[in-house]
Design a protein around this ligand. Structure first.
Ligand code: ATP
Ligand code: MG
Length: 337
């Protein structure tokens, strides 16, 4: 019996952070360890080029860092196929084929892409590759016939776009070669964790993240500088819990939620200072991240082994994607000779 296939990944635009951890990595590891799925985990370097075309160095460097982060959180190459997007040429061909099934207006309506375009201040020069990256994500997902896609909330529009493409393709070419995927999202509130600055999304590109690789000192320094309630000036002042990023993180990471509840009540009432709640959050995050950092350091000392994992994973992924591409070309009648 074949297992349901998982496909997900990350752009190598920097090291991975605690937003990735709760938004996607934790779910991947959990699903991987059930043994009930066949997971493919992709380092999306082609997609990273869509807004970093002139900075390939950054992508090369980040690629190794993302691989280390994967292994550090417990993705296991014996159970998950970890591969590099640019090593799978079939993905590009599928992208070109799907591009004809999507209108420019539809691409321009994608709320995540719309928001990112504003954030990145491309102005009038949005790269065509950036506008169309949801199509390339559809290629990634469908090439592996993935049905389960563990991602953060910002990826919902990409899944909807993928399902539309699958339906259009199957209808246009009278086939059932492509399979519709479903997103697998984290519990409410964890699918898009805010940045240290209180910004709506912790992101590699926004410089507001706690990285899985941050040292104990850096974590503490970042936590102590976090955005809380700007009106909570004196310890005795009543503080705002709602929208207070320190409490948002405690909700997600603290093992003792009863204690968090007590702290919230005290904070809202007045008499609990920011320093105290930050010191508690620091303790919680240190406990979460220390074992991850330790595993990361081990792999970091063995770059050749990491390269072998990526190479073997890419070879395997390539075979699978080539098989789907052949089916797609057959369905379209593109195999002339
Ligand atoms: P970039 O700024 O380069 O786009 P990013 O931080 O958004 O980087 P991606 O590689 O685009 O990271 O996203 C990888 C995965 O992590 C996606 O599934 C995304 O939904 C999830 N993710 C990213 N940021 C967060 C966050 N702040 N909270 C929860 N999940 C997140
Ligand atoms: Mg992103």
């Amino acid at each position: 019996m074949t297992k349901p296939i998982i496909l997900t990944g990350d752009r190598p635009t920097g090291k991975l952070h605690i937003g990735h951890f709760v938004g996607s990595l934790e779910n991947r590891v959990k699903l991987q360890n059930t043994g009930k799925y066949d997971p493919y985990i992709m380092i999306a370097d082609m997609q990273a080029l869509t807004d970093n075309a002139r900075d390939p160095e950054k992508i090369h460097n980040s690629l190794f860092q993302v691989a280390l982060d994967y292994l550090a959180v417990g993705l296991d190459p014996a159970k998950s196929t970890i591969f590099i997007q640019s090593q799978i040429p079939a993905l590009n061909e599928l992208t070109m084929i799907y591009m004809n099934l999507v209108s420019v207006a539809r691409l321009e309506r994608n709320p995540t892409v719309k928001h990112e375009i504003q954030q990145k201040s491309f102005n009038e020069s949005v790269p065509a590759g950036f506008l169309t990256y949801p199509v390339s994500q559809a290629a990634d997902i469908t090439a592996f016939k993935a049905t389960v896609v563990p991602v953060g909330d910002d990826q919902e529009p990409m899944l909807e776009q993928t399902r539309e493409i699958v339906r259009s393709f199957n209808r246009a070419y009278h086939t059932d070669v492509l399979v519709e995927p479903e997103g697998y999202f984290p519990p409410k509130g964890e699918g898009r964790i805010p940045g240290l600055d209180g910004n709506a999304k912790m992101s590699k590109s926004l410089n507001n993240a706690i990285y899985l690789s941050d040292s104990a000192d850096v974590i503490k320094q970042k936590v102590m500088s976090m955005y809380t309630d700007p009106n909570h000036i004196h310890v005795e002042d009543p503080g705002q819990v709602e929208g207070n990023t320190v409490f948002t993180y405690l909700d997600i990471f603290a093992p003792d939620q009863e204690h968090v509840q007590e702290l919230k009540e005290q904070y809202a009432h007045g008499g609990l200072g920011d320093v105290k709640i930050k010191l508690y959050l620091n303790e919680v995050l240190q406990a979460t991240l220390a074992p991850i950092r330790a595993r990361r350091e081990q792999y970091e000392q063995n770059p050749a082994a990491v390269a072998d994992i990526l190479k073997a994973g890419s070879q395997k992924a390539n075979q699978v994607a080539e098989r789907t591409l052949t089916e797609v070309r057959n369905a379209m009648g593109l195999n002339y000779f």
